[in-house]
Write a protein that binds this ligand. Sequence first.
Ligand code: GRF
Length: 202
Amino acid sequence: KRLVVLVSGSGTNLQALLDEIDRVGREAYGAEIVAVGADRDGVEGLARAERAGLPTFVRKVRDHASREEWDHALAEAVAAHDPDLVVSAGFMKIVGKEFLARFGGRVVNTHPALLPSFPGAHGVRDALAYGARVTGCTVHFVDDGVDTGPIIAQGVVEIRDEDDESALHERIKDVERRLLVEVVGRLARNGYRIEGRKVVIQ
Ligand code: GRF
């Protein structure tokens, strides 16, 4: 299976996928990353892709006359690599109608909170501020909402009294990386069905 990964930042989730595919081989893993895209230049996630010898692309919202035109350009850039699955790993933009029409049901996102709690761009900070005792990460299919698609898997992380946002986020990312690697591999190897809000992996 062909994966296109979308990043906006450090790309440690991307790196976890790259490392696992290197470790077990793409046949055993069931997938290979064929390209990495970003919504901005100069992020570490793109450098990781380049170090791995992968094609990269950048589509910035501000380079396009409208959000819809950006969404079209992003969809075109992704489609050029003919993906079976698109993995949004720390991609900080909400994809639009065209992107979902073309890749809906095949876009997996990872979110650093236990959805439906704490959706949006500050899930780690919001859980901490709320005084939650546990939080975690969620791997889900992307639908037309924000972090609202069918949940595939979740991992729980305890919140400690001494935690600040970055310490907690690092602990979440340790769980998140393992969960994403495991889920993407299973989706790629076994195939899956989405039945309403339920995801059935064969
Ligand atoms: C991840 O925790 C992701 O869930 C969140 O931002 C982080 C991205 O980390 N949206 P990285 O870029 O994969 O290191």
